[in-house]
Write a protein of this length. Sequence first.
Length: 189
Amino acid sequence: MGLTLMFGCTSLQTYAMFAWLPQMLTEAGLSAAEAGSMLALFGILGLPLSLMVPIFAARMRNPFPVVGVFLSCFIAGYTGLLLVPAEMTWLWVVLVGLGPGTFPLALVLINLRTRTHVGAGALSGFGQGVGYALACSGPLLFGILEAETGSWEASFAFLGATLVLLGGGAFIACRPVMLEDGPGVVREA
C-alpha cells in the first residue's frame, strides 16, 4: 500500500501542476508566454530526475532521505507559488519540478523491493493501477477547490495533505523489506 500512495500522490501533484500552473501564473500577472515557459521548465525537470534518481536509490539500503529532499522541494515551491507567484517564479517552479523525483524512485522501488518477476508484476500492477486512479483526482479536486473558494489556498492545502500521504507511503515503501517476505506472500506458480 505504501508504494501505491507514493506513486499515486506523486502523480497527483504532477497532474495538478500540469493542469493548473499556467492559469495560476497568468492570474498572478505573468503573460501567457511566460506561464507556458514555466510549465515547460516544470516538465523538463523530469528527464534528469528520471535518469539520476534510480542510480542513487539503487545504492541506498533505505532511500527515504531522498524522499525527504523531494518533499521539501514540493513544500518550498508550493509556498512560493502561493505567497509570491510573480516573484522569482522560476525558483518556485524549479523546486516544484524537483518534487516529482519521487516518481522514478517509486518505479525503481518496484524492483528493489521484490525478489521475483511475479512479485514485481503484482506490486507494479497494484501500485500503478490504484495509484493512477488516485492521481486522476488531483487536477479535478485542485480546480474544484479553487472554483469554490475563489483562491488557491484550499487547493494548496489539498496538495499539502496529499504530500503527507506521499511521505507516509514512501516511509513504508522505502523500508528494506521484500514484498515476498510479508503477509499474503506472493509466490511463483
